[in-house]
Design a protein around this ligand. Structure first.
Ligand code: TRP
Length: 447
């Protein structure tokens, strides 16, 4: 039995800290931009609250009932098929794979905090040039900032659930919300705001196709930190008395709210200065810095605050990507927290360096395998294959493997009979087919 437990607010902040990450502030705006805005946003909201919310409760329940690392929790809840279902617990290790490139991206953000302080690029062309330079030739810079991201993440995890993860989220999450809140208020005073509102909420249904649906489901999982045992691992340290439905709803609400607010802020700034919303992954690192430059000294302030908030969001997610592996090493092999963190941290640190080298001119050939380089392979395999697979395993496990009475008992104080009926139905009959379609689609078997 664990001794360190989150407080109720501590858990909500930590889980929200995990969910709110680069996925919300960097990825959501650019995929919404690429997929035509309003209609995508509506599909995304339906998926997040329909599918994501149900899986979040299921994943929390596994950790809450198991009370141990992800592998141990699956074993404990399926005593008859222990050796088969313990394999599902290994989804926890996908987190560390994501962390390899996630840490590199946090490194880019650190670099952009210094760019914002020193000199912003004066045009989109210049911004594009410096971003490409960073990726292709800035090996030293990238390794330096990746090291910084690695150190911060690992040190927090070494400090443990209470004085590391919980404390970090107590400080960073409210700060993040305040910065974004302030920027949002400022954005509402600009002319571009009404255009941003229109872009994000006025649906043009002709923009929706099967690929949009797949992107929305995939992103719903990524942004809510589902399918890789981040939430499961945190839930093993939940306080005993907690309403899982309400807690999940708060986390999903915070995550969605922050994504929408980040989107509105970004699009307001872009529209205000006549930029396109559909620039893809470079939106935050290319279009936005150029726009901040146009805004003069106000722009410098906004740029610094923006990249700091992005770094905070990234770091609170990074610790949740490392913790599952660390908890596994501690619970199963009796490692000390220090050695478990250094071992798991060292792993993502080294692979992360290889991943960043794969984008450089010098090493790209060496680190490209078939159609993708190492960086893109890790991204693709984790997000497109392992993540939906993790979600599928969780929903099948709670929907079909763990006896219904046990599931009902675990949720006794979390939902009434009607609520349980609806949730159980969604988990059994809607989530698995949706995820199977997503996986087939993403693997390009369908499209
Ligand atoms: N949700 C985070 C984001 O939006 C990333 C993340 C943290 C994650 N833990 C996860 C994604 C577990 C999938 C699974 O950036």
């Amino acid at each position: 039995m664990k001794i360190a437990r989150f407080s109720r607010l501590g858990f909500i902040l930590a889980a929200a800290g995990s969910a709110v990450g680069l996925g919300n502030i960097w990825k959501f705006p650019y995929i919404a931009g690429e997929n035509g805005g309003g209609a995508f946003v509506i599909v995304y909201l339906i998926t997040v609250f329909g599918i994501g919310f149900s899986v979040m409760i299921a994943e929390m329940l596994i950790g809450y009932m198991g009370r141990i690392d992800s592998v141990g929790s699956f074993e404990k809840l399926a005593p008859q098929n222990k050796s088969t279902w313990k394999l599902a617990g290994f989804i926890g290790f996908t987190g560390i794979m994501i962390l390899t490139f996630y840490s590199v991206v946090i490194g880019w953000i650190f670099h952009y905090i210094s760019v914002a302080l020193v000199s912003l690029p004066s045009s989109v062309e210049e911004a594009e040039y410096s971003f490409t330079q960073l990726l292709q030739t800035g090996i030293g810079t990238q390794i330096f900032y990746h090291t910084l991201a690695f150190l911060t993440t690992t040190i927090i995890v070494i400090k443990g659930i209470k004085s590391g993860i919980e404390k970090m989220n107590y400080i960073l999450m409210p700060t993040l919300i305040m910065i974004l809140g302030g920027m949002f208020i400022y954005a509402t005073t600009l002319d571009g705001f009404s255009q941003a509102l229109d872009f994000m909420f006025n649906p043009d249904w002709s923009k929706i196709n099967s690929e949009t649906l797949v992107t929305a489901v995939g992103h719903a999982f990524f942004t809510l930190s589902l399918g890789m045992a981040s939430i499961l691992t945190y839930s093993a340290s939940l306080p005993k008395k907690i309403n899982l439905t309400r807690t999940s709803l708060i986390i999903v609400g915070l995550d969605t709210g922050i994504a929408i607010i980040a989107g509105l802020i970004l699009f307001t700034f872009l529209f205000q200065y006549g930029e396109e919303p559909s620039k893809g992954p470079g939106l935050v690192f290319i279009s936005l810095p150029a726009v901040f430059y146009e805004m003069g000294s106000m722009g410098t302030l906004l740029a610094v605050l923006f990249f700091i908030s992005l770094a905070f969001a990234g770091l609170t997610s990074a610790v949740s990507l490392l913790e599952p592996m660390v908890q596994y090493l501690i619970d199963r092999y009796k490692y000390t927290r220090l050695s478990a963190s250094l071992l798991a941290g060292g792993f993502f640190y080294i692979i992360g360096i290889l991943a960043l080298l794969a984008n450089t001119k010098e090493y790209s050939e060496l680190l490209t395998f078939g159609s993708r380089n190492l960086f893109d392979w890790i991204d693709f395999i984790t997000a497109s294959v392992l993540l939906p697979l993790g979600g599928l395993l969780i929903s099948i496990f709670i929907g079909y493997v763990v006896p219904k009475e046990q599931v009902r008992a675990g949720l006794k104080s979390s939902m009434n009979d009607i609520g349980f009926g609806v949730w159980y139905f969604v988990l059994r009959y809607l989530v698995p087919p949706a995820l199977i379609v997503v996986m087939l689609n993403l693997l390009n078997i369908f499209v």
